[in-house]
Design a protein around this ligand. Sequence first.
Ligand SMILES: [Zn+2]
Length: 494
Amino acid sequence: MMLITGGRLLDPNSYTFIPGELVIEGDTIVDIVAPDSVTREGKAIVDASDRLVIPGLVNGHNHAQTNLAKGLADRWTLESLLNQAPWTTGRRTLDDKYLSAAIGACEMLRKGCTASFDMFAEFPLPSIDGVTAVAQAYKDVGIRATIAPMMADRSFYEAIPGLLDALPAPLRAQALAIRFSPHAQSVAVCRELMQGWRFDRSQIKLALGPTIPHHCSDEFLIGCRDLGLELDAGFQMHVAESKMQAIVALKKYGKTLVAHLDTLGLLKPGFCVAHGVWLDDEDRSRLADHGCSVSHNPGSNMKLGSGLADTRAMLARGINLALGTDGAGSSDNLNMFEAMRLATMVSRVRGRDPDQWLSATDALRAATEGGAQALGFGGTIGRLAKGCKADVVLLDLGVPHYVPLNDPVNQIVHCEDGTGVHTVIVGGRVLLQDRRFVEFDFDALRVKAAAAVERLREANRESRVLCEKLEPHVSQYCSGLAATPYHVAGFCQH
Ligand SMILES: [Zn+2]
């Protein structure tokens, strides 16, 4: 048994801090007691005096394959990012896939995040070995994950109406040669993965990740829907992330992306929209009525210039709100404290009255309980409560951003940058202590990462040349599409 003593605990009902002790047995919080009220005998003691004790943060949207690509992009839109993906994430060996996932898991653990919704991508289709390598990385580092293999049966170039025709002929042929596998193969791999899953599902589980609606044929989406229903799997999809996507939906389906997914029967509890920047009132109603979640990823949305999601409207309509970083290829860092801070900031620049802004408590709830629900771990993580898993973060009150301590929740959201994370416990195991990894050899990853990026730079040289030739054409065409006026009832974009 373990006893976390002397700290101030985040109360899951009032979202205030109260003195108390956590009693942990195995991987579970079995009791929360008043200070010095239970015997210490026979218990491992974790001293939390001078600490704030919060549940581990939950990252609602991420991509394991992009951790080896962090820092490559600067002034890229989402469409540029997708165009450059063949070289930024291409030619990965199985070891690279493990390595990339492990680097991300370490960064999250180091910054107080203990669970992640990971849309891990492999080209041209997911593989049993690749997804297993990513799951193994999460297991070895020790944090939880819901892994949704990211899939498509249309390439980026095929998915955007008119884009191929806008490319010069020689480049068009090369773009056409970039092909994803037929959808039946991807669905078959997911079925095999789910049926043979050898990881503890309370730590690492699988979901389905058809990436973007119009990158997937309707037959593919229906195949995923049916598999999800059969095997009770959650979903994550990028939906209405950029304005161009919202415009493509109207051109292609004559309705919004959310309306299209609703028509196909994909919306259900356990369905998580990544981004949801370009949603209208009706979209939000559909998502709320089906019990869906949205992972709001403000860092990525601003870095890629995608827009500002309306989280207040989502909450008002009853959508479960999670927060995420997105992959390191777009927003670069995996810092959930930054995601919380940016989420409150973004909600304040829409011209609304202050009582409509996201509060610090709204952001902290989204980054804990909201994320837990989005990942399919609702009620078991994201709260310091009896019966929940013992995923616990101790924040050091001795760092400057807590001096003086005026309002703990406000300071966690608006002052904490991850440097206050002192100790992280996942499922009752101390994985980070005094800011150091207890079990995992992070330094060994550094050496491997340096060698891997050197090799991958060479291996992807040709692919990079092609992507860079395509870039001005893609950029010009997509910017043109995005310049189309977008008027949908209830949509408001500043
Ligand atoms: Zn993403």
